[in-house]
Design a binder for this molecule. Sequence first.
Ligand SMILES: NC(=O)c1ccc[n+]([C@@H]2O[C@H](COP(=O)([O-])OP(=O)(O)OC[C@H]3O[C@@H](n4cnc5c(N)ncnc54)[C@H](O)[C@@H]3O)[C@@H](O)[C@H]2O)c1
Length: 435
Amino acid sequence: MNICVVGTGYVGLVTGTCFAEFGSNVICVDKDESKIAALKDGKVPIYEPGLDEMIDRNVKAGRLHFSTDLQASVRDSLVVFIAVGTPQGNDGRADLSFVRAVAKAVGENLNSFKVVVTKSTVPAGTGKMVREIMQESCTGEHKFSVASNPEFLREGSAIEDFMRPNRVVVGVEDEMAAAILRDLYRPLYLIETPFVVTDVVTAEMIKYASNAFLATKISYINEMADLAERLGADIHAVAKGMGLDNRIGSKFLHPGPGYGGSCFPKDTRAMLSIAQDAGGDLKIVDAVIRVNDDRIETMMDKITKAAGGSIAGKTFGLLGLAFKPNTDDLRESPAMLILDRLIEAGAKVQAYDPAGMEAAKAEKDRSGVTYCDDEYAAIEGTDAIVLATEWNQFRGLDFDRVKSLVKSPVMIDLRNVYEPETMLSRGFSYVGVGR
Ligand SMILES: NC(=O)c1ccc[n+]([C@@H]2O[C@H](COP(=O)([O-])OP(=O)(O)OC[C@H]3O[C@@H](n4cnc5c(N)ncnc54)[C@H](O)[C@@H]3O)[C@@H](O)[C@H]2O)c1
């Protein structure tokens, strides 16, 4: 089957590559010429474990192609996936301008029956909008079907998530589109992945409802962590005790500096507008956002206290910049927010992230920040270490070496990577979250 994936970002590139791995003939399209040029040159523009090899294999097999020519790519394809960004607009709503532009171009190039599938996270009703835009821009000569196939992959484990998802959600207008998408996902069907086949608006809502629920779990455990600190309880034991109840589940009960990344913050905010536009409100999601927004302040209080009551003039070693391990994505990363707050407060920061350094340097000029070559260089001569992203390589620090490098042995562990007792026995002043 010939398919085209429009938008070659974290979702589009993984989607296109994995469909090629399934055996389809895939063209990945992006308007960003440098991205496509890099891909054609064998360079992968994002950091995602395992992606390079899979791209290389499928390009060599002749199943995976890259192009900036949206028109030709659409014309050559039976299925068009829209995987462009849907960033937060000024009013908190999802900005659908990229989706609109693609829908218009697909309509203009409708030369045969096609299934047009939104993979981007889009508000309920977007499928209808895509249909209207296409109807206006096409000649009316050919039929098309609009579908929704929201993506649930996580950056850092995107390939595994795509190849072995908990479920595939497909929202369709007709049986023909359902059959085509089922065929496309046939390898997952064969391993008995649950498929939720529903209508378009329901599929669109499933994505937001899922993300908001996951964000709720995070804000909930973070509030509990604050309470545990006040009560002298250990949040890890609390989370374990809670999570063993199957109705609750153990996942996403890890306290920290709040959720970040390219999805949860914007999707929870967009959800409030979606509810408002539909004449309702979402009190729980609203509270989830407020708890998360307060999180950085709580982390800064922790850092200030651990650093002896003031930040100005101190040097911090910041371990981690990405919003989570195994990605170079800095979008709404708590670590980046903390970096900026430390600088604003007059500190110097020595930062290191295994994958996010280039993106951090490219983002903006930050005086007061030294980007270091590794975790030990970032720690050298500092008044305190802030562990902000739990990369595996920060889990096994050589503490004899760390102690010999720092000015004072203070560890502010915002991801609870280390055990408080062990750190104290190593001679560190240690602060975690919720214990
Ligand atoms: N990143 C994630 O972990 C994740 C997970 C699930 C869902 N999503 C959703 O998937 C969508 C894409 O997210 P992402 O992180 O991959 O975004 P991204 O910013 O990494 O990539 C989007 C790409 O679309 C391209 N683009 C924009 N307009 C275009 C056009 N008219 N023609 C061709 N290309 C165009 C951009 O150049 C960019 O390369 C969003 O809706 C997001 O919410 C993301």
